[in-house]
Design a protein around this ligand. Sequence first.
Ligand SMILES: [Zn+2]
Length: 327
Amino acid sequence: MCDSTIKEGVKTLYKSVAKEEKILAYCILHKNHITLTQMKRKQCLQKECKYFRKEQHSFWVLREMKKEHKKLRKILNIGDYNMESLEKESIGVVSLSGGIDSSTCLGLAVAMHTSKNVFAYGFEYGSKHPEEMKNAQIIADYYEVPFTVIKISPDLWKDSSSTLLKGGGKLQLDKSYSQIIEENGEGKVDTYVPGRNLLFMAHINSIAESLSEKYKKLVYVYGGMHADDAAGAAYPDCSPPFYKAVAEAMKISSVDKVIFKAPFINMNKAAIVKLGLSLQQPVPYNQTLSCYEPINGLPCRRCATCIDVEKALVLNNKTWEWYMEGR
Ligand SMILES: [Zn+2]
């Protein structure tokens, strides 16, 4: 692509988004999403960029990366590791479902370890929404991270009545989680899948330990469980005590080589979206799928998760239309 075509492309793009204060745009130069502020300042994150001035380029890239790294280290409670050693001496492993939370986890892991040191894994286990794996693949491709789907036999849950599983009962629609908890009282919601996260994390631990041995590196495992899921004991396998117990088990099993992090354990969905949008390589939320009963691969807008997603979008000044763009 010649320089003038690129300049024209950027100009058109710039015009089309100029009305919005800070919007994510797709830059043909970067083959990446950037913010309008970045475009205005000609700030670039790609090393091979031709259009943006090269002189201060590497300085800028490093400065921004360091800033982001510092912020994320605080969230992750990783104190004494500097950016370079974290990149060189560690690997990130993410359990990726293709939803908002785990996709943000992946964005965060890539920011921490760079894409060449991150691996993502998804699970097919007989849920009503297996198409989420397609979204997970799109997110993994966007971050240039290898993605593997692990199959778990649905027979494990043949005695479960979870409404999230194929053959389970009907999902409750048009009610948020807080409404469901208010009506039914505290305790597991009917979409809870017995022991699912423990099983996922056991698989992830086997992978993480193997990767640690292969590459002789520390492995950070990232899980997307968050405060909304744990509220009212709706999903006990997303709660802080569960996270602590799994982290301890992984630490003992791997002899301190696998470190489990649940960066969102004290955050709600709105805070997660805010963080994901602020990343240097923002999470493409319009490609994520959190819905529990998608219609033709699209969010239903009626299940409790869709209702929570919409609430999180509004709190970030985003619309449902923005979320659906390009699907
Ligand atoms: Zn839905």
